[in-house]
Write a protein that binds this ligand. Structure first.
Ligand code: CP
Ligand code: NVA
Length: 314
């Protein structure tokens, strides 16, 4: 009697494995491919049965907190027919110092894919290499690719192609979310303005790697003027808690508030990746006035990530 491995396990490893590790490594065509299936997954959410992950088990391995990313991946994997297990880094041996490459070689023999939230970008890259299973970056210190893919999908749903538009990022311009925006700007041909104090602007090395039309300035008003999208993120990213006091002091003023919104185009969208800290990077009134957009943006994490999962296993 021949015993067949479950779909995927053992015999499933392809020579060419697809991963979603950064916006930097994605082409415009790949992004457009993901967005076109995102729209289908969104439209057909309640009608679809079975799916591309049928018979598969995926691991979510998180070393940082999460609400949106965790829930949207857990729901998305199930809706695509797969099983999912959540592994908090503090509960597995990784948190006690087991190397990522050993963790990867174990998981790679047991699960069909992994979604990883961690600190070092090299950890998701090493995981992908050593596990040799489809691997998705669910946020590192360097990038948050799933977020930016959902953000641009949301913008384009509401305003059409982002090409030729002006996007203004306000706040900590040196963290993961603006970095993924920077890589997207060059590929999708929109102008990106980063309004941040000098110490919170992206490095020259990163800007050189990305290319594109990126303007970094301390002049918040100039950056917002005529913009099609005002976007912000927290002032204190996960892992930077020890710098909270100076960050709150140095980033004060780099806020999306009503006077700033008035400088943008009249139909400008206001977006936030969430979680939001009212009175810091955005005011309560601007947040609530734009909550429909912001929570559509959050919901789109689900639809876009289902498309990403489908894309990596295709
Ligand atoms: N925006 C985002 O990634 O949210 P979570 O940290 O809650 O996953
Ligand atoms: N820059 C933020 C994004 C949170 C979704 C962080 O890394 O904490």
């Amino acid at each position: 009697m021949s015993i067949r491995p479950p779909p995927g396990i053992g015999s499933f490893k392809k020579n060419y494995m697809k991963h979603l590790l950064s916006v930097e490594k994605l082409s415009r065509e790949e992004m457009e491919d993901i967005w076109s299936s995102s729209a289908v997954f969104k439209k057909e959410r309640t009608r679809r049965t079975g799916g591309p992950l049928a018979g598969q088990t995926w691991a979510l391995m998180f070393s940082k907190s999460s609400t949106r990313t965790r829930v949207s991946f857990e729901v998305g994997i199930r809706e695509l027919g797969g099983q999912v297990m959540f592994l908090s880094a503090t509960d597995i041996q990784l948190g006690r110092g087991e190397p990522i490459k050993d963790t990867a070689r174990v998981l790679g023999r047991m699960v069909h894919g992994a979604v990883i939230r961690t600190f070092a970008q090299s950890d998701v890259e090493d995981f992908a290499k050593f596990a040799n299973i489809p691997t998705i970056n669910a946020l590192t210190d360097d990038e948050h690719p799933c977020q930016i893919l959902a953000d641009i999908f949301t913008f384009q749903e509401m305003r059409g192609p982002i090409q030729g538009k002006v996007v203004t990022f306000v706040g900590d311009g040196a963290c993961n979310v603006p970095a993924s925006w920077i890589f997207a700007a060059a590929k999708l041909d929109f102008e990106l303005r980063i309004a941040a104090p000098r110490a919170y602007q992206p490095s020259a090395a990163l800007l050189a790697r990305a290319g594109g039309r990126i303007i970094c300035t301390e002049d918040l008003k100039a950056a917002a003027t005529g913009s099609d999208l005002l976007y912000t993120d927290v002032w204190v990213s996960m892992g930077k808690e020890a710098e909270s006091i100076e960050r709150l002091r140095e980033l004060t003023g780099y806020q999306i508030n009503e006077p700033l919104v008035k400088l943008a185009k009249p139909d400008a969208l206001i977006m936030h990746c969430l979680p939001a800290y009212r009175g810091k990077e955005i005011t309560e009134s601007v947040f609530e006035a734009n909550s429909m957009t912001i929570f559509d943006q959050a919901e789109n994490r689900l639809h876009v990530q289902k498309a990403i999962l489908d894309w990596v296993v295709r």
